[in-house]
Design a protein around this ligand. Structure first.
Ligand code: SF4
Length: 94
């Protein structure tokens, strides 16, 4: 029964810029396992890529931008993080 709800898909690992070809197993929309995609040039995965389901489903994973303010930080959105970054960059104009 559990096997019927599982599906496999090919894609790219997004953990780092290398973008290795992967075959992922999904169950109920969640990532179950990641392996190297057969027939691709390298055909291997690093340890981080192999353990990426643990990274994706880690309960302590950051789900929104945080600004270093006070002991807990300040929650923000992607647009507020973009504003924070623009304000903290030095001005390139004299
Ligand atoms: S498998 Fe490893 S090297 Fe490849 S993209 Fe993922 S994290 Fe980067």
């Amino acid at each position: 029964m559990a096997e019927e709800s599982r599906e496999t898909r090919n894609g790219l690992c997004g953990i780092c810029p290398a973008g290795c070809f992967v075959t992922v197993t999904l169950e109920k929309g969640g990532l179950v396992s990641v392996g190297p995609q057969a027939g691709t040039p390298m055909g291997i995965l690093c340890r981080i890529g192999r353990h990426s389901p643990q990274i994706v489903h880690d309960p302590d994973r950051l789900l929104y931008p945080l600004k270093r303010v006070g002991p807990k930080g300040k929650e923000g959105t992607n647009s507020s993080a973009s504003r924070w970054t623009r304000r903290s960059r030095p001005s390139w104009r004299g």
